[in-house]
Design a protein around this ligand. Structure first.
Ligand code: PNS
Length: 162
């Protein structure tokens, strides 16, 4: 297992300031982070895989500690291709924990070498989720304090805001 590489997977539909906070803190703890953008779209996706991937790439284009990759298929297979690594997930609430715990155990059953590490989301972002952003934006609300600038532009474009 490559101990210094941490894989941070997600759909990032869209990528939020909460996600950014986790990546920045993980860089300080682990040195290098791979953000793995899941290809398979979640239900009611706002953005296509290509859109989600290019937005995340744009955010980290000048950050040498962060790599952005596409996650196709099963997460455990992705780990196999990379010859291991640590799986990083952010946790905001107790309800997150139940889902995350289940996913961590399922991944570990599929491949015992996959170690999941949880990082608590910064308190300032504990209310924030991609779903909350989609809901607010869909109804014409202001999401400026919730997403990086490039994501804000794409969200506004998608919903014809301004
Ligand atoms: O933050 P998200 O969007 O809820 O992330 C979910 C993600 C992408 C980590 C999860 O859906 C995933 O791992 N997808 C890849 C397919 C897979 O391995 N599924 C089984 C997970 S137990």
């Amino acid at each position: 297992m490559s101990k210094n590489v941490v894989i941070y997977p997600g759909h990032f539909d869209p990528f939020t300031l909460g996600h950014l906070n986790i990546v920045q803190r993980a860089c300080r703890v682990f040195g290098r982070v791979v953000v793995a953008v899941a290809e398979e779209s979640p239900k009611k996706a706002m953005f296509s895989t290509e859109e989600r991937f290019s937005m995340v790439q744009e955010i980290f284009q000048t950050n040498e500690s962060v790599e952005v990759e596409l996650l196709q298929g099963l997460l455990v297979d992705y780990f196999k291709e990379r010859e291991g690594g640590i799986l990083l997930r952010g946790i905001r609430t107790v309800s997150d924990f139940e889902y995350e715990y289940q996913m961590a155990l399922a991944n570990k059953t599929l491949d015992p070498r996959v170690e999941t590490v949880f990082m608590m989301t910064d308190g300032a972002y504990s209310y924030l989720s991609s779903s909350v952003i989609k809901e607010i934006a869909r109804l014409g609300g202001d999401v400026r304090q919730m997403v990086p600038a490039n994501v804000l532009k794409q969200v506004e474009k998608k919903y014809g805001i301004k």
